[in-house]
Design a protein around this ligand. Structure first.
Ligand code: MRU
Length: 351
């Protein structure tokens, strides 16, 4: 993450291990304060993930990798650490990918700190390749719409949906980004807008409910979002509100791309209906900045993610290139699915 302070600029990762302490760029205080949170043990780290000190599927994965390393240093059994971390946030796949990666590394006798650092570095490398692969979609004048925060803050560094924008900017392209505010936690208004300011990329924050308006008036050329979990058939879980954008984009002939690393793809889940959707506290909806905004008698519902069916997705920008849903298996070095032979159905005459 680029942080511009006092006329200078420095680079920070979202998560790292420092002398046995997991350090996290505390995303709850951005864009107003740069604070570093510390997790001294398993429970503190698990609560930091639940409270969204660190958030975004790949960043949660890396935080869990460091948490596993820290737990091992503190003599906690691998399965105990993995069980606690598995219960933090259910939707994003990177968490489970990281727990498996670290369990395998520890079982194989690898140094867990070295393995966690390697996991984090691999995440950065995947994001850089996503940036290079996706930048070709952004030309001078392209008007992009994004949702939530799929930037450097949501990964170890560099981002997924924001990575192609970073590369396009480095190449001198001029383009514009509509940032939907992303109620109720405002990851768009607080985090994506902040990253775009740091990078000097033109943008405007819009209310979530204005997305259809801009899409229908031909003011958006491309929708570009991240993902929390992609099922084997390409159905994609991402921040609540993504599905509405995808449907309205298709209705208006606007291409809709999902940028995600292979660590987000879950080939064990055949379709979106099986992806667990996290439901967060109603208080996130009933309050705004800590102040109530609704009658105290009113309950609320707060699903954190929705599923966008693969039919609305133009392509996936991955570290292995831009793929159609049917080509996702390439990221796992799996052969393409063989088409089933279509047998003609017997037709019965209607009486
Ligand atoms: O609830 P959050 O902030 O963790 O949700 C994050 C998202 O939905 C992102 O779009 C997704 O994790 C992709 S991040 C590269």
């Amino acid at each position: 993450v680029r942080v511009n302070v006092d006329g200078g600029s420095s680079e920070l990762r979202t998560v790292w291990l420092d002398d046995g302490v997991v350090k996290l760029l505390d995303q709850r205080f951005l864009p107003f304060e740069i604070r570093i949170a510390e997790a001294h043990g398993l429970e503190e780290l698990a609560v930091a993930i639940e409270d969204m000190v660190v958030r975004g599927a790949p960043a949660i994965g890396a935080a869990a990798a460091y948490g596993m390393a820290q737990a091992h240093l503190q003599g906690i059994a691998v399965h105990e650490a993995a069980d606690r971390l598995r219960r933090t946030r259910p939707t994003g796949h990177d968490l489970f990918h990281a727990l498996e990666y670290m369990s395998n590394a520890i079982d194989a006798g690898e140094n867990p700190v070295v393995a966690a650092d390697k996991y984090a570095q691999e995440d950065v490398d995947r994001c850089r390749r996503i940036g290079a692969n996706g930048a070709k979609l952004i030309r001078n004048g392209t008007r992009i719409m994004t949702h939530c925060n799929a930037g450097a803050l949501a990964t170890v560094d560099y981002g997924t949906a924001l990575a192609p924008m970073r590369v396009a900017k480095e190449r001198g392209r001029r383009f514009f980004v509509y940032v939907s505010e992303t109620r109720p936690r405002l990851q768009g208004a607080r985090l994506t807008a902040w990253e775009l300011v740091q990078e000097g990329i033109d943008h405007a924050i819009i209310p979530d409910s204005a997305a259809g308006h801009f899409l229908s008036r031909g003011e958006v050329d491309l929708v570009l979002v991240g993902a929390d979990r992609i099922a084997a058939n390409g159905d994609t879980a991402n921040k609540i509100g993504t599905y509405m954008k995808a449907v309205v984009a298709k209705e208006n002939g606007v291409p809709f791309y999902v940028a995600a690393p292979s660590s987000t793809i879950d080939f064990a889940i055949p379709g979106g209906a099986k992806i667990p959707i996290e439901e967060r506290s109603p208080q996130e909806v009933l309050q705004f900045g800590g102040s109530p905004v609704a009658p105290k008698e009113s309950p609320a519902r707060n699903p954190a993610f929705d599923i966008t069916p693969a039919k609305y997705i133009t392509g996936f920008i991955t570290e292995d290139g831009i793929l159609r849903p049917a080509e996702l298996r390439r990221t796992a070095k799996l052969p393409p699915l063989r088409r089933r032979k279509t047998t003609k159905r017997k037709t019965t005459k209607r009486r």
